[in-house]
Each structure stands twice: as structure tokens, then as C-alpha cells.
Design a protein around this ligand. Structure first.
Ligand SMILES: Nc1nc2c(ncn2[C@@H]2O[C@H](COP(=O)(O)OP(=O)(O)OP(=O)(O)O)[C@@H](O)[C@H]2O)c(=O)[nH]1
Length: 313
């Protein structure tokens, strides 16, 4: 399976990044919404870099689709940062969404009282559920929701019934996903469009992960007892069960990919998490090393250009 870098940075995302930098000095707290199934891959590394000491609530949304035991581990891991409080929610339970307001008030007691106001900014990559959360907090429909990434395009400010002034930002991803695994996980959950990576590759990535972490679920769902020795073998087993076999022993890869990804995304395989804090910790180190190497190469290239230039002179 090829692991390509994904370039996916629509124009309005550049704009959002600029807007956020501009408004951040007027913000008391950041509400960063991530997908509870992939809290590391669905965060935006730029937010970490821009926010500095601004307090942050990490909202692990779509907790109904995630593995509760792993979500707990994530909360513990994220709260190692003193400026961060983490909470897991499902928007079908509005009382959980309203916990965000309570957390804001607990974290910023000095912004409560007459003539005072908490100024919060909600952000997150496309399709994590920002608009749904805003509509619940505002108690009316203000933001358009939908299961297609990048529905929210313009920034707006809303005064919530709780008194909090909430700025909304368009969903944005980082310019380049340095960690190929994150790209695949985003694609598995549907956070990036299926056209960004080869569709079958996404399914194979999911298959490999599911065999390692959720084999009993697969066996139950697709009614087999064997232990697949590879992602391909799992796909073949699913093909047999779901009538996707072709003449000559081949199977319809696209059809099986669709079955697996649809069932995973819809929660039919049960709540599952696609990454753990341990995986994130390892990958963060790898990304940092890669970035350092890239920076070193850049300096080397610059030096070599200068040497050539000086020689010519
Ligand atoms: N299963 C599940 N789905 C959710 C949850 N919250 C939101 N969704 C769904 O996720 C999809 C995206 O929700 P939105 O609220 O439009 O996401 P957004 O972050 O505003 O998206 P952009 O406008 O692209 O930035 C919709 O289909 C929602 O119904 C949740 O807690 N659980």
C-alpha cells in the first residue's frame, strides 16, 4: 500500500488561518472540536502553535462512534497539558453539549459577573460537528450542518443564551499532512473527501487496523471464524459473505471497500477508535524528527546555492 502525502488545503482554509490569528488576542478560550475516534489526527497542529497560553477545551465529539475505554485514555492524555480540559460528547445528547458552557465558566471564573463576558472561539477541522454543537449551544439553527466536509465557510459571532460570545470559524485542515497515517485515519472517518486518497487504499488501511484491534467485532459482523492473515484476506472474507465475489476467484475490491467503510463510518461495527494516545505519542516524535530533517535540508540547500553563487562571482 502506498502512503502518499496529501495536499488538501482549499483557499478558504488559508483565509480561516489568517482570521484566527487576527482574532485570537480578543479570545478568552478556544473550544477545539475533534473527532473522538481520532483525536490526534483530527486536531490542527496550527492551533497548538497559535494558541500559546490561551485556555482550551478539547471537545471529543462523536463519542457515540468511539471506543469508550480509549476515549477515557485520550482525556487523561490531553489533560496532561495544564491549559487544556477535555470532554467527550455526543450531539444527540444536548445535555452533554451544554457541559461545554459549564466548563468555560469553571475555567474562567474571572470573566463572570456584571459587565463581563466570556469570549470563546470554536474551531476544528471540517465535519467534526462544530455546526451541530453551535446550534445546540445557541438553541436555534444558525449554522448549516451536513455530512460533507467543509460546509461552514464564513466566520460569524453569536451571543449564546448563556451569555458567552462565541466566534465560529470555518473548518480548516493543515496545508500538508506530514504524517501519512493521520491522512489515512482522516479518510477512514470521512473527514477528508474520498477523492483525496485512493478509495481502496483507505479501506485496506482500515482493514489492517481492524484486524489488529477489533478482530472479534469483524468475526461477529461478517460471520467468519478464521483469523485473516492480511488486509487482503479480510477483504476477501467480506466479499464472500456479502456477495462480492467474481468469476475466477477474484472479488470486487471497490464494492468490498464501500461495504467496510460504510459500516465502519456508520457505527455498524460498533463504537471503535482508530487511534490511541500511544500511537499519537510515537507519531508526534516521528513528525518532529522529519520536520527537523527537512529544516536541515533546507539550510543545506541554501548554503550550497550560496557557494555556487559566490563561485560564479
Ligand atoms: N455520530 C455522530 N454524528 C455527529 C455528531 N455530531 C455531528 N454529527 C454529524 O457529523 C456531520 C458533520 O456535522 P457538522 O455539524 O456539519 O460539522 P462541521 O464541523 O460544522 O462541518 P464543516 O461545516 O464542514 O466545518 C453531520 O452529518 C452531523 O449530523 C455526533 O455526536 N455523533
Amino acid at each position: 500500500m502506498s502512503k502518499a502525502n496529501i495536499q488538501w488545503f482549499p483557499g478558504h482554509m488559508h483565509k480561516a488561518h489568517k482570521q484566527i490569528k487576527e482574532v485570537l488576542p480578543q479570545v478568552d478560550i478556544i473550544i477545539e472540536v475533534v473527532d473522538a475516534r481520532i483525536p490526534y489526527s483530527s486536531e490542527n497542529p496550527l492551533i497548538g502553535a497559535i494558541r500559546e497560553k490561551t485556555p482550551c477545551i478539547k471537545v471529543l465529539n462523536k463519542a457515540d462512534l468511539a471506543d469508550p475505554a480509549i476515549t477515557e485514555k485520550w482525556i487523561e492524555y490531553l489533560e496532561q497539558d495544564q491549559d487544556i480540559k477535555a470532554i467527550s460528547i455526543t450531539t444527540s445528547k444536548p445535555e452533554q453539549v451544554h457541559q461545554i458552557t459549564k466548563l468555560c465558566e469553571q475555567m474562567l471564573p474571572h470573566r463572570l459577573g456584571q459587565d463581563k463576558q466570556i469570549r470563546a472561539m470554536i474551531m476544528g477541522i471540517p465535519n467534526v460537528g462544530k455546526s451541530t454543537i453551535i446550534n445546540i449551544l445557541a438553541d436555534r439553527i444558525i449554522a448549516k450542518t451536513g455530512n460533507e466536509p467543509a460546509v461552514t465557510k464564513n466566520q460569524q459571532r453569536i451571543r449564546l443564551p448563556s451569555g458567552i460570545m462565541l466566534s465560529d470559524t470555518p473548518g480548516f485542515l493543515w496545508p500538508k499532512i506530514e504524517n501519512a497515517n493521520s491522512g489515512y485515519r482522516l479518510a477512514v472517518t470521512g473527514a477528508i473527501k474520498d477523492t483525496a486518497i485512493e478509495y481502496e487504499d483507505i479501506a485496506y488501511y482500515a482493514a489492517e487496523y481492524l484486524i489488529e484491534h477489533y478482530l472479534p467485532r469483524l468475526q461477529q459482523r461478517y460471520e467468519f471464524e478464521d483469523v485473516p492473515q492480511s488486509d487482503h484476506e479480510l477483504m476477501e472474507l467480506i466479499a464472500k459473505r456479502r456477495g462480492a465475489l467474481r468469476a475466477g476467484g477474484h472479488f470486487d475490491i471497490y464494492k468490498v471497500s464501500t461495504i467496510l467503510l460504510n459500516e465502519l463510518r456508520s457505527g455498524a461495527l460498533g463504537p471503535l477508535s482508530i487511534e490511541t494516545p500511544e500511537m499519537a505519542a510515537v507519531e508526534k516524535v516521528e513528525v518532529a524528527e522529519l520536520m527537523a530533517l527537512q529544516a536541515e535540508n533546507k539550510v543545506e540547500k541554501k548554503k550550497s546555492r550560496r557557494r555556487k553563487y559566490n563561485k560564479r562571482k
